[in-house]
Design a protein around this ligand. Structure first.
Ligand SMILES: Nc1ncnc2c1ncn2[C@@H]1O[C@H](COP(=O)(O)OP(=O)(O)OP(=O)(O)O)[C@@H](O)[C@H]1O
Length: 253
């Protein structure tokens, strides 16, 4: 489904600051697979996402999504197929627009229809249904501006926006890191239920090793731009948070 071949990204090439951020990354993610990624600061996690989404151009290698080679595809063209949720709950939403306007824009992703034609009644009904599943008391707040919501409410809506049209690939970039523990846990459970219900191929970056082992079916670790661990099946089930911390000297944040 996602096939990354020999991916390499070097910053500040041929200068004293040269940094190999990704070094010969090979990674295949199957359709519907939920993969978690851990790795200490600067190990290359965001660079990997930036190369997949087209924010950065790799120096070498190939990225194939489905049957399409997207290595050189413009960022805005990939956005049709790839949903990304960031750590900052305000990124990815128009915070001066209302909840229903944001959801409508997300629904129109990849279509010609924008807000110009107004929001359809049947969309509003669908938004209410989806929002009520979040259990955050948002289904009756469709006319509220995003900026007036709490971080957790915004992040839940951002997640809804990224998945309201099923993406081919969902990238979660430490999306619960800025939330308090109880809200983070709620948003994490919500994530798992959406991903499992819609069988969305997902890669989630997290510094929370417990979440990395608890959610999804496979855990990768990046270190200095290299994939140094690919845990799945029985091996993953047997692995504890402590073992991962000890084995790789990972800095728990
Ligand atoms: N635009 C850039 N220019 C130069 N160097 C960069 C740039 N972006 C990232 N780097 C360097 O590339 C390496 C990988 O960075 P990256 O942001 O991918 O790490 P990360 O694993 O996401 O870290 P964190 O957990 O802190 O978010 C780091 O050494 C970083 O300093």
């Amino acid at each position: 489904m996602l096939d990354i071949r020999s991916l390499r990204k070097v910053y500040s090439k041929k200068s004293v600051d040269e940094k190999i951020a990704l070094d010969n990354i090979n990674l295949q993610v199957r359709k519907g697979e939920f993969v978690t990624v851990i790795g200490s600061n600067g190990s290359g996690k965001s660079t990997l996402f930036n190369c997949i989404t087209g924010v950065e151009q790799p120096d070498e290698g190939q990225i194939v999504l489905g049957t399409a080679d997207i290595t050189k595809l413009a960022e805005h063209k990939r956005a049709k197929y790839i949903g990304r949720v960031f750590q900052d709950p305000l990124r990815g939403t128009a915070f001066n627009m209302t909840v229903e306007e944001n959801l409508s824009l997300a629904l129109a992703r990849g279509q010609i229809r924008g807000l110009g034609q107004g929001i359809r009644k049947r969309d509003i009904t669908m938004f209410r249904e989806r929002l009520s599943l979040l259990d955050l008391d948002l289904e009756n707040r469709l006319k509220v501006k995003m900026r007036l919501l709490s971080g957790g409410q915004r992040q839940a809506i951002t997640l809804l926006m990224a998945t309201i049209v099923k993406p081919e690939l969902l990238l979660l970039d430490e999306h619960t890191a800025a939330l308090d523990p109880s809200t983070a846990s709620k948003v994490m459970k919500l994530t798992a239920s959406i991903v499992n219900r819609d069988q969305i191929s997902t890669i989630m970056i997290t510094h929370n090793i417990k979440d990395a082992l608890e959610y999804g079916t496979r855990t990768l670790m990046l270190s200095s731009g290299n994939l140094v661990l690919d845990l799945k099946g029985e091996d993953r089930k047997r692995t504890t948070v402590e073992q991962l911390l000890v084995k790789f000297g990972y800095h728990y944040c």
